[in-house]
Design a protein around this ligand. Structure first.
Ligand code: ATP
Length: 231
């Protein structure tokens, strides 16, 4: 039996008076499901992820996680760090002044782990993304693919039930894209998180996804064309 993880109803988002996600967005995600999110540049994909993460309050509508209301009109009811959500923003957005280990430990500290627990979990995470030995490296010294893997480790640090991926393959070359997609698929099989995955190239990722949806004119629709043709 499938278990509902995320329910979005009548959602719209405004920023400084601009309708960044006009809505109304209706969406449901099952536990463990991997859904691709496509849409033109500026259609509001990042704004949708930020609303789900709790980084921005809805203008209208509601967001529920496992049946509990986490956002309502004008209100973030559950803080981002208490949602059990991992967020990999566009471009990775690593913190330039923190080493790889400090980056992971910072996130883990907010999850309440003590010092030795943080160190242990940080090294487990680096094993997971196959970057042991990178502990004291700074973002400016990492390749694009290494930086994406650190961003993935950071998003997974607190064992999220939902991973939000905003174009995780970014400007990577074809080989690195395949490598990161395979890594994501393996991690999901092992850890069981659900994923909402923004991509400009759904054909590339559809094999690992359960379905695709398209954001257009402020609302979400099934994206059958790619789902059907790529299978
Ligand atoms: N802080 C802001 N203030 C005003 N408008 C904004 C702000 N942030 C984003 N927008 C606008 O909101 C719309 C949606 O932006 P969003 O980043 O959600 O789109 P997107 O679908 O993720 O785009 P892309 O594929 O290019 O990343 C865009 O028209 C953008 O210019």
């Amino acid at each position: 039996m499938t278990e509902n993880l995320l329910t979005i109803h009548d959602l719209s988002v405004e920023l400084a008076g601009a309708p960044v996600l006009p809505g109304p967005v209706e969406f449901q995600l099952e536990a463990g499901e991997h859904v691709l999110l496509v849409g033109r540049s500026g259609s509001g994909k990042t704004s949708l992820l930020r609303a789900i993460a709790g980084l921005v309050a809805p203008k209208t509508g509601t967001i529920d996680l496992e049946g509990a209301r986490v956002s309502g009109p004008g209100r973030v009811l559950v803080a981002p760090e208490a949602r059990g959500i991992g967020y990999m923003p566009q471009g990775g957005a690593l913190w330039p002044h923190l080493s790889v280990t400090k980056t992971l430990e910072f996130v883990l500290a907010r999850g309440g782990l003590n010092r030795s627990g943080r160190a242990r979990r940080a090294s487990e995470l680096l094993e997971l993304v196959e970057l042991p030995g990178f502990e004291s490296r700074y973002p400016s010294t990492l390749s694009g693919g290494e930086a994406q893997r650190v961003a993935l480790a950071r998003a997974l640090a607190r064992k999220p039930r939902l991973l939000l991926l905003d174009e995780p393959l970014g400007p990577l070359d074809a080989e690195l894209r395949r490598d990161l997609l395979a890594r994501l698929g393996n991690l999901r099989a092992e850890l069981g998180f659900a994923a909402l995955h923004v991509t400009h190239d759904p054909a590339e990722a559809i094999a690992m996804a359960d379905r695709a949806v398209r954001l257009e004119d402020g609302t979400l629709r099934p994206y059958e064309a790619v789902t059907a043709s790529a299978r």
